[in-house]
Design a binder for this molecule. Sequence first.
Ligand SMILES: Cc1cc2nc3c(=O)[nH]c(=O)nc-3n(C[C@H](O)[C@H](O)[C@H](O)COP(=O)(O)O)c2cc1C
Length: 225
Amino acid sequence: MTNLPQAIDSIARQRRSVRAFKPDPIPQDTLDHIFAVAGTAPSNCNAQPWITHVVSGDALTDMREKLIAAVKAGEADEGAGHRDNPYVGIYKERRIGAAVKLFEATGVGRHDKEAREASFLRNYEFFDAPHAAWFFMPPAFGLHGAADLGMYAQTLMLALTAHGMGSCAQGALGHYSNVVKRELGVDPELHCIFGLSFGYPDEAHPSTAAITDRAPLSDLVHFHG
Ligand SMILES: Cc1cc2nc3c(=O)[nH]c(=O)nc-3n(C[C@H](O)[C@H](O)[C@H](O)COP(=O)(O)O)c2cc1C
């Protein structure tokens, strides 16, 4: 019998954002299994508002080209809300902390604008992952749907980790969901907050050294009573 407490602790702690993948595709039966596990996530009223599109192979190569062209042409989805900036104060500090770790690990100089841009564009190359997923939801779900989709995606990421795979959640993929909807024939009314690149991690890549830390528990959790 598996030691369940140890299993969940270790899977949650092992999960990290993977930003370098091997090209090997995940077999379809494994994909079916992982997405079924993701679907066990809770949701408001069990509505399961996630509408997931997984793109692989030549379709992903095409998507990569289309997205990079759209990024370079500045054709971001105006409805994606990415121009709001919640990163002020302590949130800005944490954001910078995570970015500095990635830049240091991958040799991107603090003032090297070109290298920083190339690093950002890696989002739209899916960090060379063989698969990318976009999570859509009907627009009326709003914040409730965002909570549901977050739980679904975290369950998916933990399942991938437990099975020896890795992933990176990417708001950057949501910023151009207009392009993705057009290419995949998805209802343009659906909302997409983020996507996910996933596959087998390339552990030899320098980005692997960028391990984020967390704020102390006492800064984040307030116990009463
Ligand atoms: C909803 C969401 C959107 C994210 N967007 C991006 C992104 O666009 N690009 C990226 O490289 N990482 C992105 N991340 C990864 C975060 O930077 C990462 O989770 C955070 O720095 C903590 O690091 P860890 O995942 O390795 O624990 C995103 C994470 C989440 C949950």
